[in-house]
Design a protein around this ligand. Structure first.
Ligand SMILES: Cc1cc2nc3c(=O)[nH]c(=O)nc-3n(C[C@H](O)[C@H](O)[C@H](O)COP(=O)(O)OP(=O)(O)OC[C@H]3O[C@@H](n4cnc5c(N)ncnc54)[C@H](O)[C@@H]3O)c2cc1C
Length: 515
């Protein structure tokens, strides 16, 4: 029986000594910061309350993009930075990011020239890291690229390029990259308090959720990268800290590939509520979204609202033929945007998408805002700040050219492509020839790999984030849960009752992803 890898990680995390950088939160922001710190040679520990990317970072639209929408808002600096980062990520993780053509359909005479000019500017801002030049398409060419576009009234379209990725797989890849560079990361380890000395934050208390034991660890710099939960951590230092965030929810639906059979995505530049709607091919399915609904609280499992589903289906139905209906939805998921509050009470669509770094009186460094695409830059800025705040040696960044774990340009078919150069090792594990479920692309070997090498601890970790079964087909993933639980139990040396409880817990969760 293989050895449970967690005990060694826990021992490393709690070994005596002082960490240089301790990061709270294992989403895009925290993992990006931890990789940045470790690759500069700082001793780095990351603690995650649940699982890596359990929060917002597994619930995105899956785009590595400059943000055409922010261009329309005139935020040229933000778009330029994001386009630069898009280009770097494309080079540093070619196994996880691919170029994707987007068709912007034009249903009136002015839409073509209007969006055409905007997207030329997008090309120019990307500079030499551009993925491909935008161009005008006639009606036939637009339909060739996106055959299910509503043909009635279609005058043509604009084709432009952005990147596409697998968000939770990038998180796991960053975890592995962190470990490759000597960093330590522990999931299911929520920070429950901050240690203070002479008014300074010098460490944290965390709980190992698997044993219930509490530990204290000390660090020179402590980074709060907990997404929509940053205010909870800030209040551990100062109970009266004013909230920084005004979260907003975004929902997506996932449907069969027949609703978008071509190679391109569709981008609707202006929906009824002034947002952008994407229909994007992803792992041989189609992701459609998103919405922007202000919410008052936070949750690890935000639920799509009925009106969000209706809005997505109605809007998609106006531009797609056939139009997806409720019965076609294979999965639906919601994520919370950590939007930084403006001075006044602006609409969430207008709130800054830029990242923000704030340092408290006690030296707690809070990083929030931003987006997946700019995670590297956010990490770089945060570690620059942390070095100054904590008196660490100031070192130059190496991440602009850093190949992430598994880096490979070899074209591999889905779903093995995301493992990059590890793919052959995954395939060498038992179960590589056994598909987990007839409607899911994954094999049993991938689950074993997730437990042995990617810190998966639950059936949910395996089906929601190591593989993306939950998002591709929630019902099928639920049917696969008992087998996934049996494999997990075997890998971790747990018994049948434990496996049954795991499968049940997952099936309850997966209900929330079905309509
Ligand atoms: C609907 C939607 C679509 C999006 N689409 C895109 C897109 O296509 N492209 C793009 O670039 N960006 C996109 N974004 C933005 C991007 O997903 C987010 O900016 C990013 O994922 C935020 O990462 P984060 O690490 O700050 O937060 P999170 O991913 O939420 O990570 C925070 C982590 O902190 C952990 N945590 C909380 N409390 C504690 C504690 N006490 N102790 C330890 N850990 C704790 C949580 O469990 C969580 O894992 C989208 C966002 C949304 C909401």
């Amino acid at each position: 029986m293989p050895q449970d890898p967690r005990s060694a990680i826990l021992a490393a995390a709690t070994a005596p000594g002082i960490w240089d950088v301790l990061v709270i939160g294992g989403g895009a922001s925290g993992l990006g910061t931890a990789v940045e710190a470790a690759t500069r040679g700082h001793r780095t520990l990351l603690l995650e309350a649940q699982d890596y990317a359990k929060g917002t970072s597994s619930r995105s639209t899956k785009l590595v993009h400059g943000g055409v929408r922010y261009l329309a808002q005139g935020n040229v600096g933000l778009v330029r930075e994001a386009l630069h980062e898009r280009g770097l990520l494309r080079k540093n993780a070619p196994h996880l990011v691919r170029d994707l053509g987007f068709v912007v359909p034009a249903y009136n005479w002015w839409a073509g020239p209007f969006y055409g000019i905007g997207l030329k500017l997008y090309d120019i801002l990307a500079g030499k890291l551009n993925l491909g030049s935008s161009k005008y398409l006639g009606k036939e060419a637009a339909l060739e690229r996106a055959p299910t576009l509503q043909p009635e009234g279609l005058m043509g379209g604009i084709l432009y390029y952005d990147g596409q990725f697998d968000d939770a797989r990038l998180a796991v890849t960053l975890l592995r990259t962190l470990e490759d560079h000597g960093g330590v990361a522990l999931n299911y380890a929520p920070v429950t308090g901050l240690l203070k000395e002479d008014g300074k934050v010098v460490g944290v208390r965390f709980r190992d959720l698997e044993t219930g034991r509490e530990y204290e660890v000390r660090a020179r710099a402590i980074v709060n990268a907990t997404g929509v939960w940053v205010d909870d951590i800030r209040r551990m230092e100062n109970a009266d800290a004013k909230p920084m965030l005004s979260p907003s929810q975004g929902t997506h639906i996932v449907v069969d590939r027949r609703f978008l059979p071509g190679d391109s995505a569709i981008m609707i530049p202006r929906t009824d509520d002034g947002r952008v709607l994407f229909a994007v091919p992803w792992h041989d399915h189609v992701v459609i979204g998103t919405t922007d609904t202000p919410v008052s609280g936070t949750s690890f499992e935000p639920r799509p609202l009925e009106e969000e589903i209706d809005f997505i289906l109605n809007t998609a139905g106006r531009y797609m033929n056939p139009a997806p209906t409720r019965a076609d939805v294979l999965s639906t998921y919601a994520g919370l945007r950590p939007l930084v509050k403006p001075a006044d009470n602006a609409d969430t669509k207008e709130i800054s998408r830029d990242h923000v770094i704030r340092v408290s009186e006690g030296g707690l460094i809070t990083l929030t805002g931003g987006k997946w695409t700019t995670y590297r830059r956010m990490g770089e800025d945060t570690v620059n700040r942390a070095e100054r705040v904590a008196g660490l040696p100031e070192r130059l960044t190496v991440t602009p050219g850093l190949h992430l774990h598994g880096w490979s340009e070899e074209p591999r078919p889905d779903p093995l492509r995301v493992y990059g150069s590890d793919a052959e090792r995954v395939e060498a594990l038992p179960g590589a020839d056994r598909q987990l479920h007839p409607e899911l692309p994954y094999t049993e070997a991938e689950l074993r790999w997730g437990v042995r090498h990617e810190s998966a601890r639950t059936v949910e970790d395996l089906l929601a984030r190591r593989t993306r079964a939950l998002l591709l087909n929630a019902r099928a993933s639920s049917e696969a849960a008992p087998r996934a639980a049996a494999i997990l139990a075997e890998e971790l040396g747990q018994d049948a009752a434990w496996a049954e409880a795991q499968a049940r817990a997952y099936q309850n969760l997966a209900q929330g992803y079905q309509l």
